[in-house]
Ligand binder design. Structure first.
Ligand code: PMP
Length: 292
């Protein structure tokens, strides 16, 4: 349980961390957020997360009333107040309280809160044996309506897909574009391994530009593994040698089965295993120090 929540410049106990019912983050999902990890007293890829937060805010015309440096300090201060070495950070900026209409200009002060809590991980079994996935019938939002590369508070699209996975009794599901291309999962990016190369869909097909995915791409370059960023359909997933998902909370998680089809010959496959090992090393040895 978190000890202190950052709320609009103050550190308050969780029971005092309350936002207005007129907040447009609550009324309309009008806001942006980030999920960030602390490993071993260091915040992993903090700059990248802040960059994505400010880009998302800019895309929805939301001016964050803190500079990036001030926001970075607010994050570090909140981790320190909670005295955790390993944690999950949820950083949220909403349009703020307004009236009951849509008009965001009525919201004069964005709400900023930061929650730092112990991370609840996927069960170890998922990493050892792999996940089962389904293909969701809910398609990923089209960029022409709400660009999935904006990490907004409006997650209903993903939640509807998540409900399908719950009904199917599996932990994650693949979301397709309206054209039938693989985009991502409800809260993770997807990679397939084919002929010792890794393939992941481009952000332009309708995905969130994942920071874990970017880390994997950088690691692949270091490891001499070719990366292809290109659109593909479910056939490529079904016939892949390996499939894995990436996300801040999930890290790198192997996939054993998709829509009842077994993936590859072993789970995790050798390439996925290499990424899991390298990722563990890099998360434990890099990042912005919290306590120095
Ligand atoms: N796609 C979606 C829809 C997500 O919500 C997330 C998790 N934030 C990701 C991908 C993975 O992104 P990241 O590696 O930055 O956590």
């Amino acid at each position: 349980m978190a000890k202190f929540i950052y709320l609009d410049g103050e550190l308050v106990p969780p029971e005092e961390a309350k936002v207005s019912v007129f907040d447009h983050g609550l009324l309309y999902g009008d806001g942006v957020f980030e999920g960030i990890r602390v490993y071993n007293g260091r915040v992993f890829r903090l700059e990248d997360h802040l960059h994505r937060l400010y880009d998302s805010a800019h895309a929805i015309n939301l001016r964050i009333p803190l500079s990036v440096e001030e926001m970075q300090e607010a994050v570090l201060q909140t981790v320190r107040a909670n005295e955790l070495q390993d944690a999950y950070i949820r950083l949220v900026v909403t349009r703020g309280p307004g009236d009951l209409g849509l008009d965001p200009t009525k919201c004069t002060k964005p709400t900023i809160f930061i929650i730092v809590d112990a991370i609840s991980l996927y069960p170890q079994e998922f990493y050892e044996k792999g996940l089962s996935l389904i293909t969701c019938s809910t398609r990923r939002n089209v960029a022409e309506a709400l660009d999935p590369s904006i990490k907004s508070l409006n997650y209903l699209n993903n939640i509807c897909a998540k409900i399908e996975t719950i009904h199917a009794g599996v932990p994650e599901g693949i979301m397709l574009s309206t054209g039938g291309y693989v985009t991502e999962c409800t809260g993770d990016n997807i990679f397939v391994v084919e002929h010792e190369q890794i393939i992941t869909p481009p952000v332009s097909i309708g995905t969130l530009g994942g920071i874990t995915a970017r880390t994997v791409i950088e690691l692949a370059e270091e490891m001499g593994i070719r990366v292809r960023i290109e659109p593909f359909r479910m056939m490529t997933v079904y016939t892949a040698d390996e499939v894995f998902l990436t996300g801040t909370a999930a890290e790198i998680v192997p996939v054993a089965q998709v829509d009842g089809r077994k993936i590859g010959t072993e789970t995790p496959g050798p390439i996925t295993r290499q990424f899991m090992t390298r990722f563990k090393e890099i998360t434990r040895s890099t990042g912005t120090p919290v306590y120095e």
